[in-house]
Design a protein around this ligand. Structure first.
Ligand code: MLT
Length: 312
């Protein structure tokens, strides 16, 4: 019997695949402390997590039974991959299941920023009727910069084109020809693309290269009144620099679904003017959660029972 530990919420469809497999025993335990995760892993062959469980070096060290970690989602920044590799533990993810939902969340936030939906909702609830103050802007005819043209970035680009926006993009792994096939004008430098947009959205992983990619220096070169969206990872946009730019009015509005610390204890960015915040909801749809759960369950089953490796 292979034992699979699940420490974050996994949709029932994924659980069923595991429970129906006679070779697998499932251990679902959420809300564990890091020490409890470490203990529970001692008797697990594999673990499925989302973003709440942090698999640090301390947790992964000395786990001779553990062979595989599957992240039900895209980002693996909550797993110390160097430590996992050193311990001989494979790390896999489910790169596709979230794409549409995260792209839709990005578009929803962009539209909400353009039409001041956040303050309109809040002021109506307070009994106010503030039509003049809440005049917005059309997105049609505006330029959207998409930084990171992977699955989600491309899906956002496609949707924005449907809204009659001009889409420009940056991605060091994409050629200008391929970008042109998607109707995207490709820029070769982040320093350049940031100067030429009315809306900017980031869709990169968080790495040493992308941390603080959008910072005070780059914001200073942007068009006045630019609007910025982050549904990727907290830290790609420097939170203090964005708060400063919202306070000065250089950035007309920002929408963040993700934060350097979740839930954020530092309220400075969240409390900044024209800042719209959501609690990491990009992949939180019934459809996306079902897809990632199914995929995660299949990936861990195939790895443990057939030694098949996917999305490592
Ligand atoms: C992801 O990396 O897949 C998303 O941020 C969603 C999540 O963390 O569950």
């Amino acid at each position: 019997m292979y034992r699979v530990l699940i420490t974050d919420n996994l949709s029932p469809a994924g659980l069923k695949i595991l429970e129906d497999n006679p070779e697998i025993e499932v251990d679902v335990r959420s809300g564990l402390s890091p020490e409890e995760v470490r203990e529970a892993l001692k008797s697990a062959d594999g673990i499925i997590i989302r973003s709440a469980t942090k698999l640090t070096e301390e947790i992964l060290q000395g786990q001779p039974r553990l062979k595989a970690i599957v992240r039900a989602g895209v980002g693996v920044d909550n797993i110390d991959r160097v430590a996992a590799t050193r311990e001989g533990i494979i790390v896999m993810n489910t790169p596709a299941g979230n794409t549409t939902s995260t792209a839709e969340q990005t578009i929803a936030l962009m539209m909400a920023l353009a039409r001041n939906i956040g303050p309109a909702y809040a002021t109506m609830k307070e009994g106010k009727w503030e039509r003049k103050k809440l005049t917005g802007t059309q997105v049609a005819g505006k330029t959207l910069a998409v930084i990171g043209l992977g699955r989600i970035g491309l899906s956002v680009a496609q949707r924005a084109q449907g809204l009659e926006m001009k889409v420009i993009g940056y991605d060091p792994f994409m050629s200008a020809e391929r970008a042109a096939e998607y109707g995207i004008e490709l820029y070769k430098e982040v320093d350049e693309i940031v100067k030429h947009c009315d809306f900017l959205t980031v869709h990169t992983p968080l790495t040493d290269e992308t941390r603080d990619l959008i910072n005070a220096e780059r914001i200073a070169t942007m068009r006045p009144g630019v609007r910025i969206i982050n549904c990727a990872r907290g830290g790609i946009i420097n939170e203090d620099d964005l708060a400063d730019a919202l306070e000065s009015g250089k950035v007309a509005g920002a929408a963040c679904d993700v934060f350097t610390q979740e839930p954020p204890e530092n309220r400075r960015l969240i409390d900044a003017p024209n800042m719209l915040a959501t609690p990491h909801l990009g992949a939180s749809t019934d459809e996306a959660q079902e897809m990632v759960a199914l995929e995660a369950a299949e990936i861990i089953t195939d790895f443990l029972t057939k030694n098949e490796i996917r999305h490592a």
